[in-house]
Design a protein around this ligand. Structure first.
Ligand code: COA
Length: 365
């Protein structure tokens, strides 16, 4: 059998997350993400994903404390960030810094403890890159704030509750998504028994492409290009006619609206109204209606997360890094699962090249 893009191929067994593509459902360890965004926190959702159960009060307190303690990053990493040319994009700087972390931060042999380090330090690194690039002073992590509050605080120096809640929801919804391209790539690296950090680096490099985590950047660029509601129909119809992809739409698994997009949409409208960006939201709703009518294709997670970031005045270059922050603990969970029951991931390719040929000497070619 040859399935282009490994569509519908089962490559690994996993207990972490379940997608029902027909009904538009996403569960982490059996619990609906809709419940998690309303009743849980990002820290608790990570615990659930890694340990397979909701934590008791003291377990969550200990886990949250461990995450808080690991937030600061080594001065040498900060120096490296300061020395990278500012013109490089934030995601390029991030993906070059991540592989260097074990050089400056002692690696913990326990992969969960190492996972805690990575998950805790990534927001600090992303915020530092942003501040340095924009010639602003770096803000040290705040030990008394939640994971999401602390990230917004390190970016902006302050945060509003509605912003921190929006980012927390966004992180929970990006946490894990079965065997998406970056998770598969991370698991493949782990399956060679390479270390956690290397597997995570593979994940980041795979996530940044426009067909995966890079789509949210393109969503906002498209909306800026459209400019106003009146031009939307003509713009989208032309693109579809030219067989171009509309960013933020379509999914390999969902055949209906991505449940994450539905949740993010309700937050996007609230933030857009509050920040006088209703025009952006209106254009988006119009595109959604056109895509449904003309293609029966629905928004994915990147579509309304882009509006949330935009209305929070978050720099467009941070959109992919924010996806990285949310997905980091998901990659860690999958790598741990891979190590637990490892089998080298090594598929075959169907050979479609020449049959055996004779070697032609140079003077006869
Ligand atoms: N805009 C327009 N048409 C789209 C589309 C989109 N965003 N996504 C899929 N389609 C169409 C394709 O043109 C194709 O049509 P065809 O059969 O007439 O040729 C069909 O739907 C299947 O698309 P395909 O790209 O083969 O599906 P896939 O499962 O390989 O790809 C994505 C899934 C996510 C890569 C794809 O939907 C896409 O490129 N989306 C835009 C980028 C994006 O938002 N990525 C973030 C994903 S979370």
């Amino acid at each position: 059998m040859n399935s282009s893009g490994l569509k519908d191929i089962i490559a690994v067994n996993s207990n972490l997350s379940f997608i029902d593509g027909e009904l538009g459902k996403l569960l982490y360890r059996g619990i609906d993400v809709k419940d998690l965004v309303h009743k849980s926190t990002f820290e608790e959702s990570i615990y659930l994903l890694w340990y397979g159960k909701l934590p008791k009060k003291d377990e969550l307190q200990t886990f949250t404390l461990e995450l808080c303690k690991e937030r600061p990053i080594h001065n040498k990493i900060l120096d490296n960030i300061k020395n990278i040319p500012c013109e490089a994009s934030t995601i390029s700087i991030l993906k070059s810094i991540i592989p260097t972390l074990p050089l400056f931060e002692p690696v913990n042999d326990d992969p969960i403890k190492q996972g805690v380090k990575l998950v805790s330090k990534i927001p600090t690194i992303v915020a530092a890159i942003y501040r340095v690039k924009n010639k602003k002073e770096i803000i040290q992590p705040h030990k008394d704030l939640s994971y999401a509050e602390n990230f917004v605080y390190m970016l902006k120096g302050k945060y509003e509750d509605i912003e921190a809640k929006a980012i927390e929801t966004d992180f929970i919804l990006h946490l894990d998504h079965e065997l998406n391209a970056s998770t598969f790539a991370a698991r493949t690296t782990a399956s060679t028994l390479s270390d956690l950090n290397s597997a995570i680096s593979t994940g980041v490099n795979t996530l940044k492409g426009p067909l995966h985590g890079g789509a949210s950047e393109d969503v906002i660029k498209m909306i800026m290009d459209i400019e106003c509601e009146e031009k939307t129909e003509e713009y989208i119809t032309k693109k579809l006619h030219e067989r171009q992809k509309i960013p933020g739409f379509g999914h390999r698994v969902y055949k209906t609206i991505d449940p994450r997009a539905a949740i993010l949409k309700s937050i996007a409208i609230e933030l857009c109204e509050k920040t006088n960006n209703k025009q952006i939201f209106n254009i988006q709703e119009k595109i959604e209606a056109i895509m449904k009518q003309q293609k029966r294709i629905y928004p994915n997670v990147d579509y309304y997360s882009a509006t949330i970031y935009y209305s929070m005045k978050i720099d467009i270059e941070l959109y992919i890094p924010i996806f990285v922050i949310g997905r980091m603990a998901g990659w860690v969970g999958h790598v741990l699962e891979q190590y637990d029951n490892n089998k080298l991931i090594r598929p075959r390719a169907r050979y479609t090249g020449f049959k055996e040929r004779k070697y032609t000497p140079m003077n006869q070619r």
